[in-house]
Design a binder for this molecule. Structure first.
Ligand code: SER
Length: 583
């Protein structure tokens, strides 16, 4: 079965069980600098898990594009991926454990036709925060999983939370038995020898964790996640994801073009290329900070390994084509952005190639010096210099070091990096002393205009409108919001008029401090509730706008001038983008 068929089966199955299919949110959660990429299907749904009503109801299903950056340097082995697709279904205070488990079991055994005896499951063993999950245990027994294939584990294995704070709960995980020998008599699903492969995780989210501990959420939710590439690999009886149709054509192409044979390098190129394509497709661009830096690392590591394979880099456009061709059944939108994706990748490759050779030479010198001094750890200043002068991300120097039996002290590097950052920050502040504030008058006005626009869109288009991102410069504002279709001219005019009416009315912008709980109760809107501290600022304008926000804002709407929509266009599927100015 191909990946696309598994995805379609999944969405159809849950559709038939009363779920509404929602589009994948973009990979890049704009306006939330604390999260680089969406890492799970639940991430864009957090407000609804906390109790906000979803316009499409209490049963949802989707595929979500995800990137996990923790394991970039593990890519090259036979399983780690940075980009992956997660299939998910959610109950927002609707069904709970028993029904969720019954559906999962039915999907695995009836739709995917996985033999029941290949499935083992794990449940939460219980501790001082939450009781043993006997309900899931009973549900598994009821569908027919025998005792010997049901395991109980503690928080390390059977508890799920994204990060440190947020909605969370015990989970039950499903494992596929590959049929390999047990590595020891104790071998069980928590062992990663490869006999058991996790295929699905159903999280029963009824808790919220913050630094004071756990509390109960308003509603009991189900959040499940099934990794598409892994499931495809297992159903096709492959040993690694690189053998499925998403990756294999690129692996083959590289094999054809290479002069040196390194399977790890081929995997790194194949994987990093796909992740980069997906990130660029959703608007990511290489840079030295945050997401841009991750993309830069992926592209530079890819380039180095292309070099290691001694592949002619002029062939890169063709390799990108092969990758996009193998992905475009899953993501038809890639075709539209094909040329742009190529341009970004090739520009970054060219930039890096200018320094790669010299950087490698410099690295060899540093490595020799380290050995000559009978040391194994490379001088951190040299690591820093390799980044500053030759564009070698420290993780790359670390990888090069590893290949030569040497090490980089990453925590020492981080310290040195922070010191340099602090120095340049002081320099910048020095420059701005004398009155130039970092958030200028115009930006402040645009902040407030953003709240007005958000409220006006809800009035004109409906309550399904939610902010998906925003970006403000001195000259303009950009606002992304959920809405399935292009706005009509009439709708745009209505929104514009409404905002301008509110401006003319001269309404006070009221700022209050309150606890996060109070804010949610009061119906304040926000994009990423879990990212806010316990005490939050809520800005209220009239009786139509209430949002959690860090500000700054003007004191009265009359300060804004005249609001004008310049453009309304698609941002990603299900998300529209408005560009507007204050005149
Ligand atoms: N949030 C859970 C996970 O990422 C289930 O979707 O595994």
């Amino acid at each position: 079965m191909k990946a696309i068929e598994i995805r379609n089966k999944y969405l159809n199955f849950f559709k038939n069980k009363g779920h509404k299919v929602i589009p994948s949110a973009p990979l890049i959660p704009e306006n939330d600098p604390s999260v680089l990429f969406n890492t799970a299907g639940m991430q864009p749904l957090v407000p609804y898990l906390l109790g906000q009503k979803h316009p499409l109801g209490t049963r949802l299903t989707d595929y979500q594009k995800c990137v996990r950056t923790n394991d970039i340097d593990e890519v090259g082995d036979n399983r780690h991926l940075t980009y992956f697709e997660m299939l998910g279904n959610w109950s927002l205070g609707d069904y709970f454990k028993e029904e969720s488990i019954a559906m999962s079991y039915e999907f695995l055994t009836k739709e995917l036709e996985i033999p029941a005896e290949k499935i083992s499951v794990t449940c939460f063993a219980g501790d001082e925060d939450c009781e043993k999950d006997t309900v899931s245990y009973e549900a598994w027994k009821k569908v027919g999983i025998p005792d010997e294939r049901i395991y109980f584990f503690g928080k390390d294995d059977n508890w799920w939370i994204a990060g440190e704070e947020g909605p969370c709960g015990p989970d039950t995980e499903m494992f596929y038995d590959t049929g390999k020998q047990k590595c020891s008599p104790e071998c069980n699903p928590s062992c990663d020898c490869g006999k058991y492969v996790e295929i699905w995780n159903n999280v029963f989210m009824e808790f919220y964790k913050d630094k004071n501990g756990y509390s109960k959420l308003k509603q009991k939710n189900v959040d499940t996640g099934l990794g598409l590439e892994r499931m495809t690999m297992l159903l096709q009886g492959k040993e690694t994801p690189y053998e499925i149709e998403i990756f294999e054509p690129v692996m083959k192409e590289l094999e054809k073009l290479q002069k040196n044979d390194f399977i790890e390098s081929r995997r790194i190129v194949t994987e990093h290329l796909r992740s980069s394509i997906m990130i660029i497709n959703d608007g990511g661009r290489p840079s030295n900070v945050d997401r841009g830096y991750i993309l830069r690392r992926l592209l530079r590591r890819m380039t180095r390994h292309l070099n290691k394979l001694e592949i002619d880099l002029n062939k890169l456009p063709e390799i990108i084509d092969v990758s996009i061709d193998s992905l475009h059944e899953l993501y038809p939108e890639l075709n539209e952005n094909r040329e742009q994706i190529k341009t970004v990748i090739i520009a970054e490759k060219d930039k890096f190639m200018k320094t790669l050779k010299n950087g490698e030479r410099e690295f060899e010198k540093v490595a020799n010096k380290t050995r000559a001094a009978n040391k194994t750890i490379i001088d951190t200043n040299a690591v820093f210099n390799l980044y500053e002068t030759y564009g070698f991300p420290p993780e790359m120097t670390e990888e090069l070091a590893k290949e030569e039996g040497l090490k980089v002290d990453m925590s020492d590097y981080q310290k040195l990096f922070k010191e340099h950052q602090e120095k340049s920050r002081q320099g910048v502040e020095q420059k701005f002393k004398g009155g130039l504030a970092s958030t200028g008058e115009m930006e402040t006005k645009y902040h407030t205009a953003t709240h007005l626009l958000n409220a006006a869109l809800k009035v004109v288009l409906g309550d399904h409108v939610h902010q998906k991102g925003s970006n403000i410069t001195e000259e303009r504002m950009r606002f992304d919001f959920s809405h399935p279709v292009k706005m009509t001219d009439e709708e745009k005019q209505k929104v514009e008029d409404l905002v301008n009416n509110w401006i003319e009315e001269g309404i006070d912008v009221v700022c209050e401090e309150m606890s996060k709980e109070e804010a949610i109760k009061s119906g304040a809107e926000c994009m990423f509730i879990e990212k806010y501290p316990d005490m939050v600022t809520v800005y209220t304008i009239g009786d139509f706008s209430k949002e959690l926000c860090g500000g700054p804002h003007v004191k009265n709407t009359s300060e804004l001038g005249h609001f004008k929509i310049k453009k309304e266009e698609a941002s990603s599927s299900g998300v529209r983008r408005i560009k507007a100015v204050l005149e």
